[in-house]
Design a protein around this ligand. Sequence first.
Ligand SMILES: [Zn+2]
Ligand SMILES: [Zn+2]
Ligand SMILES: [Zn+2]
Length: 151
Amino acid sequence: MFTQYLLEKMERSFWPYVSKDVNDPKGCWIWTGSILKGYGRWSPKFNGISLYFRPHRLVYELWYGSIPDNFEVHHKCENKACCNPSHLEAMETGKHTTLHHKGREYIKRPYCGKGHRFTPENTRLGSQKGRYCRACDYLNNEKAKAKRRER
Ligand SMILES: [Zn+2]
Ligand SMILES: [Zn+2]
Ligand SMILES: [Zn+2]
């Protein structure tokens, strides 16, 4: 599936969205493009047709070859926005579902839905309960400001 054309397209419009977090001891490669339900989404246009890729699966296939049917790509680092190939592992769908349904990663997920690490500095506690990500607060704030400016 990795034609020269796709690889060139990735060079231009995929890798620029991958940010290697040097402050993260685990060294996640964070997808900073669009995110859907915690997972990245890359939708490049090929001859006017929009395709849809999940960055972690794409990187997995680039490094290790195609993902067998009935397999999911699991994040050993528990950061769904990460696409560092050494943090990815192909796992049978059934096994993967069981693992996630145990709630292991939801008890204390180390990352927010956009892949920012919940460090003490980056965590804001809600007035009721729950944690909020300060990086996301900041980004939402900037977005709101930009919106206001547009008007
Ligand atoms: Zn990672
Ligand atoms: Zn998983
Ligand atoms: Zn965040």
